[in-house]
Each structure stands twice: as C-alpha cells, then as structure tokens.
Design a protein around this ligand. Structure first.
Ligand code: HEM
Length: 310
C-alpha cells in the first residue's frame, strides 16, 4: 500500500482499496470456511471497519490542528493497547496456570515485542502532555473504563480472543496507521515546542505509535511474520474458538465507535474551555486598555489641576 497516494486522495478514497475485505464479504458461509482466519475477520468486520475508518478520518484533520485533541485520542487507545498487552504478558508468564497449554502456545507464537504499542504510546503521551499531568494507570471516563473492563473480562473468560485484539490493533498500524502517520508527519506547526527540540526531533518524539523498534525496512517482515504465525497456528484452534475471535473482532469495531463518540465530548470540552479562556483573556485585555485610558486621563487632569493651582 502506498500511504502517499491514500493521503493525497483523502479520507474515503482508500475504501476502494479494500479488495481483501470486499472480495470475501459477499461469499456464502460455505466458501467462507476456505478463507483464512484473517480473511474471515476482515470479511466479518468490514462494515464496522468502514464506520470506524470514516469516523477517525473525519476527526483526524481537526486533531492535527491542536495537539491537545490528538493526545486525548491516543490516550483512549493507550488504554486499549495497555489492557490487552498486559493481559497477554500475564497469560504467558510462568505463574499463569489457568490457560489451556494449546492456547498459551498459540498466544506465545504471536507475541512479538517490537509490535507492542504500550511503551511506544507512553513516549508519545510523555511528549504531547509535557508538564501537564496525565495517567494511563486507570481510565476515568465511562467508555474507556467500560472498554478496559470488557477487554480484561473477555480475555479472562476466553483467552483465545486475545488474537482478535492483536490482529485488529496491530494490522491497523500497517494499513490505516500508515495513512494517518503520513498525514501527521506533514502537518505543519502541529508538533509542540519541547525543550528546544528541532522540528525533526519533535516529529520523532510524537510519532512513536506508528514506529517499530526494528532495523530500517523491517516493517513489512514484522507484519508478514505476524500474519504467517497466525496462518500457521489457526489449525490448532477449534471452530468455536475461531468464531469467538471473529465475533470479538466485530465487537472491537463497535467499541471503537463508542470510544470515538466519547472523544467527541471530551474534545468539545477542551475546545469550549479554550474558548472561554480566550474570551476571558480578551475581556481582561479590553478592561486593561479601558482602565489604562482612564488612568492616563486622570493623571493628565490632576497634573493640569496642580499646574493651575501653582
Ligand atoms: C481503530 C481503528 C482501526 C482498526 C482496528 C483497523 C484495522 C484494520 C485491519 C485489521 C485491517 C486488515 C489488515 C490486513 O488485512 O492486512 C485494516 C486494513 C485497512 N485499513 Fe484499517 N483499521 C482502523 C482504522 C483505519 C483507518 C482510520 C483507516 C484510514 C486511514 C484505515 C484504513 C485501512 C486500509 C486502507 C486498509 C487496507 C485494506 C486492504 O488492503 O485490504 N483503517 N485495518
């Protein structure tokens, strides 16, 4: 995929690129069985993906005008990645004895440290929040809290659905993430000043979410080895487990819609408080000018009075 061409053509244009999704979408149930798990996920979640895609693209340009809006957005996704990546590490840890060794093995084969986003997003948040306090410890908004609880509960109940989170949230970075990253890197004046960093340094400091700590040019290999591992292990999953993964993928897109709608409210609040602060500043400036004028006038009149008196 050429991110440049997508970026140039705008939000909806890339929808025609969904050949994979579209080609499998209209096939009957029988043909679907011949599709890989990844293709079945894409097919089942095509509608949800298109909705999320449209919602994000419609807001991303606004986010690139004010880093406080953008950072609010990645904060929401920080909670998502953190919760499933933490659950994943816990399931693989030697203390975890509850998970079926077959599923544990599947999850182990997919686990890839360079794909983990929690440490990368943490760096972005650090840069964008600077000295403004923020926390990724516990979510405090209703939708973030509900989603984090859902992720932790559903993984505890059905550890294999972790595959839905890994597939959708990691593959997103190699598809839509490339488009968003390209647009972001070109957004003039977006990256806030930070301890005398150059423009290039600031871009690097704020785009870790889209970058992988691997040697240059290794990204495609990273994506392909994830996909390859998924293809190899899917025969170890039962039909019921695969269905759970497909259903959870559909749920992921519905939850994303709720997260985005909540962001609308959070960002509206940020914009409103900025407007109020700006209005207050303007009022103060006007009052200040008015008072200064009277002070000068008073001095002049008093001075004149004193001169006359003398
Ligand atoms: C939370 C949001 C999103 C998630 C979880 C997500 C997930 C995915 C997944 C799993 C794929 C399939 C990857 C593959 O088959 O290799 C995909 C493909 C794609 N996504 Fe997204 N995506 C999201 C948002 C977006 C956005 C905002 C855009 C637009 C910029 C976008 C554009 C694309 C494109 C162009 C493809 C490639 C389709 C193809 O080549 O078949 N996605 N996405």
């Amino acid at each position: 995929m050429n991110p440049h061409s997508h970026a140039a053509t705008g939000g909806d244009a890339h929808i025609s690129q969904y050949n994979d999704r579209n080609s499998s979408r209209d096939l009957g149930k029988e043909s679907q069985c011949h599709l890989s798990l990844a293709q079945q996920i894409n097919s089942a979640s095509r509608k949800g993906h298109d909705t999320v895609n449209r919602l994000i693209m419609a807001r991303f340009a606004l986010g690139l005008q004010d880093h406080r809006l953008y950072r609010e957005g990645i904060l929401s996704f920080a909670f998502v990645y953190k919760s499933f990546e933490e659950e994943w590490a816990a399931l693989l840890s030697s203390e975890s004895t509850t998970v079926d060794p077959r599923i544990r093995n599947a999850l182990q084969r997919l686990y890839s440290i360079p794909l983990l986003r929690t440490p990368q997003i943490a760096k972005d948040l650090q840069y964008f929040y600077g000295s403004t306090p923020f926390s990724t410890e516990f979510p405090t908004t209703p939708q973030r809290t509900a989603y984090v609880n859902h992720i932790r509960n559903v993984i505890a109940e059905k550890p294999h659905v972790l595959i839905a989170y890994a597939y959708n949230y990691y593959m997103a970075l190699f598809a839509g993430g490339k488009i968003l990253g390209y647009q972001m890197s070109k957004a003039k004046g977006f990256f806030p000043e930070h301890y005398g960093m150059t423009e290039e340094e600031r871009i690097g400091a704020g785009m870790n979410i889209f970058n992988f700590e691997i040697e240059k040019g290794g990204e495609i290999g990273l994506r392909d080895s994830f996909k390859g591992a998924l293809l190899d292990l899917e025969s170890t999953l039962t039909m019921a487990e695969k269905n759970d993964i497909i259903e959870e993928s559909e749920a992921i897109y519905s939850k994303n819609v709720l997260i985005i709608k909540e962001l609308d409210r959070l960002c509206a609040h940020i914009i409103a408080t900025t407007t109020i602060t700006t209005a207050r500043k303007q009022l103060w400036n006007d009052t200040h000018k008015f008072l200064s004028f009277f002070a000068v006038l008073a001095c002049f009149l008093i001075g004149k009075h004193v001169i006359n008196y003398l």
